[in-house]
Design a protein around this ligand. Structure first.
Ligand code: GTP
Ligand code: MG
Length: 324
């Protein structure tokens, strides 16, 4: 199951304690080393939407602690940094301060929680006035963040349409995604992401009549379209009534928009988003049939493109359209 909301705690590593120690023998002096720094905790952004599933059981992550120091000027090792991958479209809300951070760039890397400084050992405190300091510092704790984590897909393009329209097949053709494809409805149960020329394409599970009221996979995924810049509305060219198919999905987008959606707290205006109509599986219908269906769909005053995963040229034209 896709986790798209979770509370977590992220911590930098604790600094290691400094040491109080003295050289044995005649020329005795302080030789307690310094403790190691705690590791820093970084976030990076991944196109793997399921990255939040790492928090299904573990709710707290911390970078490695710095090591304790020893005598004979043995310094504690610094703790290793920890890097956590979070999905593109993640918003982090600091529950204590209300600060928000959005991860909306695939190349983003963020230092989120700094490790604590290691404690200084007694050798470090030696001075002309105090040649035998009897104390060392404890290490400092790392930064700690108490976070609410929310996921909303941020994609340049969103593949939408009825179940079985060929959305995942197109995603797989255009990107290196390996979404499950099969000849029955509701093959895709969770959104998939792929990357084409550094643009992100989201494949949303099929929508059916009543989706905005929770039917089928329902409203849960409509909220994920809110941040998509261009809708790629897939309509199966083998359908008897492509106009009706188009209207069913548009209707659900409209219903969702007026309700605002459970999570959006506003009006996401899904119907006003730019949209291209893709008449999919064009290889399965004859030319005349295809021509008529394109003509029917043109009345919605949108660009209509026939595509087939078995027709290289159609995919090239489609890719060019996405670039422009
Ligand atoms: N002949 C042909 N078959 C296609 C084409 N695109 C998809 N298909 C087939 O159509 C069926 C459905 O494809 P999917 O990509 O799983 O459809 P989907 O829209 O992702 O379906 P859901 O995930 O259920 O919403 C599969 O059997 C595909 O092999 C195409 O261009 N030509
Ligand atoms: Mg699918």
């Amino acid at each position: 199951m896709l986790i798209d909301e979770v509370d977590i705690i992220l911590k930098g590593g604790h600094g290691g304690a400094g040491k109080v120690s003295f050289r044995p023998g005649e020329r005795s002096g302080p030789d307690g080393g310094n403790g190691g720094r705690g590791g820093d905790l970084y976030l990076n952004v991944t196109s793997d939407l399921f990255a939040l599933n790492q928090f299904s059981k573990v709710k707290e992550l911390q970078a490695e602690n710095g090591e304790y120091a020893g005598g004979n000027l043995k310094f504690g090792k610094d703790g290793k940094d920890l890097e956590i991958s979070l999905p593109l479209g993640t918003t982090l809300i600091n529950k204590d301060t209300g600060d928000e951070l959005e991860l909306n760039d695939l190349n983003q890397k963020v230092l989120i929680a700094k490790g604590g400084l290691g404690g200084r050992g007694n050798a470090d405190f030696k001075s002309s006035r105090n040649t035998t300091p009897m104390f060392a510092q404890k290490g400092l704790p790392g930064q700690e963040l108490n976070l609410k984590v929310l996921l909303k897909l941020i994609a340049d393009f969103g593949l939408i349409g009825l179940p079985n329209a060929g959305k995942s097949s197109l995603l797989n053709e255009l990107t290196s995604a390996q979404a499950k494809v099969a000849n029955y409805p509701f093959t895709t149960l969770e959104p998939n992401l792929g990357v084409l020329n550094s643009k992100v394409i989201a494949d949303i599970p099929g929508l059916i009549e009543g989706a905005s009221e929770g039917k089928g996979l329902g409203i849960k995924f409509l909220k994920h379209i809110e941040k998509v810049k261009l809708l790629l509305h897939c309509i199966d060219a083998t359908s008897e009534d492509v106009v009706a198919d188009y209207k069913v999905v548009r209707n659900e987008l409209g219903n969702f928009s007026t309700k605002g959606g459970p999570s959006s707290g506003g009006n996401p205006k899904l119907l006003e988003k730019e949209e291209i109509i893709l008449l999919t599986k064009s290889d399965l219908v004859n030319e005349e049939d295809l021509r008529l269906k394109i003509k029917d769909l043109k009345k919605f005053k949108k660009q209509v493109l026939p595509v087939s995963i078995h027709d290289y040229d159609s995919l090239e034209i489609f890719k060019k359209t996405l670039k422009s």
